[in-house]
Design a protein around this ligand. Structure first.
Ligand SMILES: [Fe+2]
Ligand SMILES: [Fe+2]
Length: 331
């Protein structure tokens, strides 16, 4: 099998064949088993830590368990822009989306045009889009969490539970990125694009969050609407047989552990369902945070409710709201 590393020069992405192999075959830790790349180039992209006394690295955040039924109920959706702040957020996402489509070579088809050749995406093109999308998506939660942390220190006031949810979102997005990097490794062109995008986006988002955090959460809400759309389309492509290499592909180990994927539900399609559900959760969280008074309201995703049996915002996706929770329902 000699599929590894083809097309890197033109796409900036190496499509890894590591995951196409039979997992029952013993694999040496930290090495790619099958590859046409010379041995000197073969190394695990981010191998487990080389520390014989340590079993594994643990995390403070444990991903909630999603059922397949819950994940199947996730739908594409849009919150109508209602004021100037919403329009600024929506306009910015549209500009960003245009840039991202350009960089990742994505053309979104109108309904009914999915079968036309120029709109069709290969596995490699999809994963390139995922990697770029996730490398950008991990920025806002960290910036928002950091600025709220600093504000709490500076003003000597409580944060009301926002910081943790925002940092957890950034962590979750980074796990998406690490997962997709197990499927394909970026080449120099892609890395350059990610570097440039991060430089611009981090600074832009940082300054914007200082000016209007509410607009920034709305912006992330709209960005996540696009993410749900992207993953929904990829799942549809996979289910309709347009991505044959992914049909039998198992999800990487890092993903199985992170999402606690049950036995028999560990394929690439399952993985995309999990990621899409996470994006839908971010969409809900950020649209909700965009509805709240930033300085005084409690984060409804980090509370215990007086009436736990009623539908409330939560960490899971059981009562997921596409357009977020309105302020009067949660405060
Ligand atoms: Fe993501
Ligand atoms: Fe997201």
């Amino acid at each position: 099998m000699r599929t590894y590393a083809r097309g890197m020069a033109t796409t900036g992405l190496r499509y890894s064949s590591t995951l196409l192999i039979n997992r029952s075959y013993p694999q040496p830790t930290g090495k790619r088993l099958i590859s046409s790349t010379p041995q000197s180039h073969i190394k695990e992209y981010f191998p487990p830590p080389d520390a014989p006394k340590i079993v594994k690295v643990t995390s403070a955040w444990h991903h909630p368990v999603y059922t397949e039924e819950e994940m199947r109920q996730v739908t594409v959706g849009h919150r109508e822009a209602k004021n100037w702040s919403d329009w600024v957020a929506l306009g910015s996402v549209r500009v960003l989306r245009w840039g991202m489509d350009l960089v990742t070579g994505y053309k979104h088809p109108a309904p009914g045009q999915e079968h036309i050749k120029k709109f069709q995406m290969t596995e490699k093109e999809w994963v390139r889009r995922f990697v770029f999308l996730e490398s950008v998506a991990g920025v806002p939660g960290m910036v928002g969490g950091m600025l709220r942390h600093l504000r709490s220190l500076r003003r000597m006031k409580r944060d009301n539970g926002w910081i943790e949810t925002l940092l957890e979102e950034a962590y979750n997005e980074r796990m998406h990125l690490l997962t997709f990097l197990k499927v394909a490794e970026p080449g120099w062109f892609m890395r350059l694009m990610v570097l440039g995008a991060q430089g611009v986006f981090f600074n832009g988002f940082f300054l914007s969050y200082l000016v209007s955090p509410r607009t920034c959460h709305r912006f992330v809400g709209y960005l996540e609407e696009e993410a749900v759309l992207t993953y929904t389309r990829a799942i549809k492509d996979l289910e309709s047989g347009r991505l044959p290499h992914w049909e039998k592909l198992e999800a990487p180990e890092i993903a199985i552990r992170y999402w606690k994927m049950p036995e028999g539900h560990r394929t690439m399609k399952d993985l995309l369902l999990y990621v899409r559900a996470d994006e839908a959760k971010h969409r809900e969280v950020n649209h909700t945070l965009g509805n709240l008074k930033q300085a005084v309201d409690v984060n409804p995703f980090a509370v215990e409710w007086k009436e736990p049996t009623k539908p409330h915002p939560s960490k899971g996706i059981k009562h997921l709201k596409t357009t977020g929770w309105e302020r009067e329902d949660v405060v």
